[in-house]
Ligand binder design. Structure first.
Ligand SMILES: *Cc1c(COP(=O)(O)O)cnc(C)c1O
Length: 404
């Protein structure tokens, strides 16, 4: 039994009022609130067993190293990777993708090769490929979505060919909510010999992820969006691919042997974790993933699917509102425009009502522009979201409309 009101008690921030009102936090797509389990896990480290990882052969350092590696194992289980050496800790998804662009891309791409992305990519899964293409003389190909934001197989397949060396797509759009058929995309990409990177930032918040089932070569997500701390991200890479990749950054903690003449590097994942890693955050992330698994990923998905349907119906009761992204397989992300009200003004009025949403282009400017907007409003759901949140949103929009 998924009791969302009980679950909300685990999240201290949600139990505060905002501007004296019920706190309708609808910006989980940008960053999720943290359950007490995460805060406590990190506090426990700082209070009881703090030391640097991987260095000292003393009690505290051994404890923390074991906890750090346990967190890696938790991440492995969370995405069903075959081996914990396939889990690289980074700062965030942005760094994970940059790591692949810098280490794998520089080594494997040459002039004339193509990278295929969708038009709804977050800038984190667009700009690194653009820069790599400029550097290497490769071509960035961009496939289009349908008018309602749905994934269109023909559009994708038309641009996939034997020059395609990498397909880099989001598993779920942070603007449209569209869920992409990543397993089928990966299979098609592999048939032409391309590697596949999945940006799982949004999908990981809402759905079980299985990298072996998807059969992707790389997958990235951020800790702060899956109820974990900031400053920690994950890159999954197939072990045989990671083993062939040169370092991304260099320095301490990633070398096998160093002389002034020559340095040899550690095996993955250490090779890609130069310097002191964000180990307290990694342990916090482990606690967040355990928290999600204890609730049950299927239960989280079911709760949010039900709430997404409720929200879509609630939006229909409003006049003068356009939902951008109405694909049938849409997740709990709602970008919208209200006629005659600038998103920034809307956001300001909603905030006075205790409703937190995001405005702008959501770091995915091309897809917002494609639908004819410079800026939109966006509400997004999390595992703690409720019908009351949606009702507060709709009531606040209605109130805003009376001002204009
Ligand atoms: C948030 C987000 C990113 C970037 O995540 P960071 O934590 O800022 O690195 C990339 N892709 C998608 C789909 C996102 O939602």
């Amino acid at each position: 039994m998924y009791d969302v009101y009980q679950i909300r008690r685990d999240f201290p921030v949600l139990n505060q009022t905002v501007n004296g009102k019920y706190n309708a936090y609808l910006d989980t797509g940008a960053s999720a609130q943290k359950p007490r389990a995460v805060i406590e896990a990190m506090r426990r480290i700082y209070e009881n067993e703090y030391a640097n990882v991987h260095r000292g052969a003393y009690h505290l350092s051994e404890l923390i190293t074991a906890d750090y590696e346990r967190a890696r194992e938790t991440v492995r289980g969370f995405i069903n990777a075959a081996d914990s050496r396939e889990i690289v800790f980074t700062r965030n998804a942005t760094e994970s993708i940059n790591l692949v662009a810098a280490a794998w891309g520089r080594q494997n791409l040459k002039a004339g090769d193509e990278i295929l992305i969708s038009e709804a990519e977050h800038h984190a899964n667009l700009v690194p490929w653009q820069l790599l293409c400029e550097e290497k003389g490769c071509k960035l190909q961009v496939f289009k979505l349908a008018e309602n934001g749905a994934f269109v197989w023909e559009n994708f397949a038309a641009l996939l060919n034997d020059k395609t060396k990498l397909v880099a797509v989001t598993a779920m759009s942070n603007v449209l909510g569209t869920v992409y058929p990543v397993k089928e995309i990966a299979a098609a990409a592999h048939r032409v010999g391309a590697k596949v990177l999945i940006d799982a930032c949004q999908l990981a918040v809402h759905h079980k992820i299985d990298v072996r089932d998807i059969d992707c070569d790389f997958l990235a997500f951020s800790g702060h969006k899956v109820y974990g701390p900031t400053g920690i991200g994950v890159l999954y890479g197939k072990l045989d691919i990671l083993q062939t990749m040169p370092p991304y950054q260099s320095g301490g903690d990633m070398v096998a042997n160093v002389t002034f003449a020559k340095t040899t590097f550690d095996e993955p994942p250490a090779r890609f974790e130069a310097g002191t890693p964000a180990f307290v955050q990694a342990i916090g992330l482990g606690a967040a993933l355990n928290y999600m698994q204890n609730l049950g990923l299927e239960n989280i998905t079911a709760h949010e699917t039900e709430l997404t349907a409720y929200a879509i119906e609630a939006f229909k009761t409003l006049k003068g509102i356009t939902l951008v992204g109405t694909a049938p397989d849409k997740g709990g992300v709602f970008a919208f425009n209200v006629d005659g009200i600038h998103p920034q003004d809307l956001c300001f009025i909603l905030d006075k009502e205790g409703v937190s949403i995001r405005t702008g282009h959501f770091c995915a400017q091309p897809i917002v522009n494609r639908f004819g907007y410079e800026s939109l409003a966006r509400a997004s759901l999390g595992l703690y979201s409720t019908r009351e949140d949606i009702d507060a949103l709709v009531a606040a929009i209605r109130k805003a409309q009376t001002f204009f």
